[in-house]
Design a protein around this ligand. Structure first.
Ligand code: SF4
Length: 262
């Protein structure tokens, strides 16, 4: 792990502001998180995914030990006293207040609302997808000129993948943005602005998720015109949320995510 972390090809901290979609990421060769996953000898072992499997938990335990070792090495190097943490009750109260501030913000709640809207739509749209599949199959059989059903099918699949990837993440990243802002403004971290604000970075990831979801819903609308009302509702909701997040975090778009914005 240490050897991989020292690889000069890695972009430090790139995984902090990505969307976690490694399959679609253009920086897998420069990401420590990805490298560690590939090095994992149990990665493709189905047993490793079984939470009741002893090997799985042994591996988690070993990762925990290695991570702590690295943390203490780094703390020593940076002269950070890991024992100088608040008392348990004080710490718990602080974390609770921070989570409440993030969770209860009206925009986090809106992002959660979007999540439910998408979930409901997919649950209710199984029949629509079946009808569309039948329609495309018929087009394939009769080979209509100027129609490319395979392309249409790919377009739907891509839109579904994008929407499903981001519909929960938008709220999670937004919540982290509010949590980061609370840490800066209330708890007094990074008061002098020595470091780039994590809140802006997280808000940016949330905004990117919204941008891509808007684009995906646009494709979906072209493919499923009968769903116009519900899809338009979704688009209007996302567009309003996007504008409100930008107003709340005016510097988010300018935040430089390591690697992605260099
Ligand atoms: S930076 Fe890319 S490869 Fe690394 S964790 Fe994020 S999405 Fe995956």
């Amino acid at each position: 792990m240490k050897k991989m972390a020292r690889n000069p090809n890695q972009i430090a901290g790139i995984y902090n502001y990505c969307d976690g979609w490694c399959k679609r990421c253009p920086f897998t060769s420069r990401c420590l998180t990805f490298a560690m996953e590939q090095e994992d000898p149990l990665k493709n072992d189905l047993k490793a995914n079984d939470i009741e499997n002893k090997e799985f938990w042994d591996r988690i335990g070993e990762n925990f030990r290695l991570t702590l070792e690295m943390l203490y090495d780094d703390a020593n190097r940076l002269s950070i006293d890991l024992n100088a943490i608040p008392e348990d009750t004080e710490l718990n109260k602080m974390l609770e207040d921070r989570h409440d501030a993030a969770r209860n913000h009206p925009l986090t709640k809106k992002a959660t609302q979007y999540m439910h809207m998408v979930d409901d739509w997919f649950k209710g749209s199984k029949g629509i997808f079946t009808l569309k599949a039948d329609e495309l199959q018929k087009k394939m059989v009769i080979e209509l000129i100027n129609k490319d059903p395979v392309k249409d099918l790919e377009s739907i699949q891509e839109a579904v993948d994008i929407i499903k990837w981001y519909f929960m993440q938008i709220g999670v990243k937004l919540s982290r943005a509010f949590s980061g802002r609370y840490m800066d403004e209330v708890e007094g971290w990074n008061l002098d602005g020595e470091f780039p604000r994590d809140s802006d970075g997280s808000a940016k990831v949330s905004l990117i998720g919204i941008d891509r979801s808007i684009s995906a819903w646009g494709s979906m609308l072209k493919q499923l015109p009968d769903e116009e009302n519900q899809i338009l509702d979704m688009l209007v909701f996302l567009e309003k949320l996007r504008k409100q997040i930008e107003a709340e975090f005016p510097d988010a778009r300018a935040f430089k995510r390591p690697g992605f914005d260099d």
